[in-house]
Design a protein around this ligand. Sequence first.
Ligand SMILES: Cc1cc2nc3c(=O)[nH]c(=O)nc-3n(C[C@H](O)[C@H](O)[C@H](O)COP(=O)(O)OP(=O)(O)OC[C@H]3O[C@@H](n4cnc5c(N)ncnc54)[C@H](O)[C@@H]3O)c2cc1C
Length: 381
Amino acid sequence: MSAAGVVSSCSRLCSGVWLLKTGMQKMSSFGFHTAARCAAKDYYEVLVLGGGTGGITMSARMKRKVGAGNVAVVEPSQTHYYQPLWTLVGGGAKQLATSARPTESVMPKGVEWIKSRVTALDPDKNCVWLENDTKISYKYLIIALGISLHYEKIKGLPEGFHHPKIGSNYSVLTVEKTWKALQDFKEGNAIFTFPNTPVKCAGAPQKIMYLSEAYWRKTGRRSKANIMFNTSLGVIFGVKKYADALLEIIKERNITVNYKHNLVEVRADKQEAVFENLDKPGVTEVHQYEMLHVTPPMGPPDVLINSPVSDAIGWVDVDKETLQHKKYPNVFGIGDCTNLPTSKTAAAEVLQAAKLCEPEGRKGFASTVGVLNGKILFYVI
Ligand SMILES: Cc1cc2nc3c(=O)[nH]c(=O)nc-3n(C[C@H](O)[C@H](O)[C@H](O)COP(=O)(O)OP(=O)(O)OC[C@H]3O[C@@H](n4cnc5c(N)ncnc54)[C@H](O)[C@@H]3O)c2cc1C
């Protein structure tokens, strides 16, 4: 395909497609990365990597712009989870099954679902590689691969989850163990952790602590629980206004906060958690627990580490105003896998999606969101 051919077909797309319009404007100065248009199903106008909150949201919006059959989502999972609900699953207020939908049912009509995993990105050739060495080319690429969990970076995990008294709301495999540990609690330390890495939903490690505290109060066991928040951070929350409000609640509910405490080991057979003091490298403290809630270290998905689309750490390197890639103008990123300076939440993504499609669009703060049957659900406060 010649550059002229690409430009003429893109011009048609540009009417009313803010994402593509932005891309076009910058492309004239960057020049094109030529892509050979392949046989049907080897090429899409818009290819989306990842069928989580960001990927499904953007595929629905892009299908409305470029038409059925022209958008595809690469997503390996058969089940789509509404992860914000896991806070309530761990707290005993919801069943895990209510957070799950078959991926097929959330894929917007007219969007093709490619049931595979992307293994490499080649933005200079406008294509990606999937499992089984399949190559898919695109005109525009949207990367929405989420963030990876690294329980294995804590000594003793993930195998420690085979023991009782320990849970983690961050994984579908361990979230129900949180509720079990909460119910089984008798007397002693209840420890809630926050790792020394970026995390998705930085509020979730605390939310389960407040839910647990309320549950033990309701069931008459509060006086038996010594509740601790052991965080790698030096503050309770990144935004001072909310940090001040949270500190009042923490005081009122008699919760202990240990700052700069990073969980490095779990001896689940002995119900011991080992924390490194980040102010004194190499110095560790052992805390006995009756219940432990682990928020794991997190990082960019493996496929993005050392990828041409990523920054030095592995996050997709995008412009914070347009979500457009800083080097490849036909590549965009959304959500937890990017280096956007927003929180890594679905709520932030709703606003990112609005920005991608309508730069002058919605303003506000969405507190929680999800995707159901291709529709975005969210509350704006
Ligand atoms: C316990 C918990 C509580 C939360 N609470 C809230 C809340 O109250 N409010 C809020 O706004 N947010 C909350 N979040 C965060 C929210 O769920 C995430 O920020 C959001 O899901 C991120 O969307 P995403 O599209 O970037 O990533 P995800 O939704 O995680 O989707 C990434 C997708 O990429 C796929 N993928 C990964 N690797 C590959 C590959 N190689 N090839 C193809 N596909 C791949 C994955 O299978 C996944 O489907 C919470 C999260 C958790 C875990």
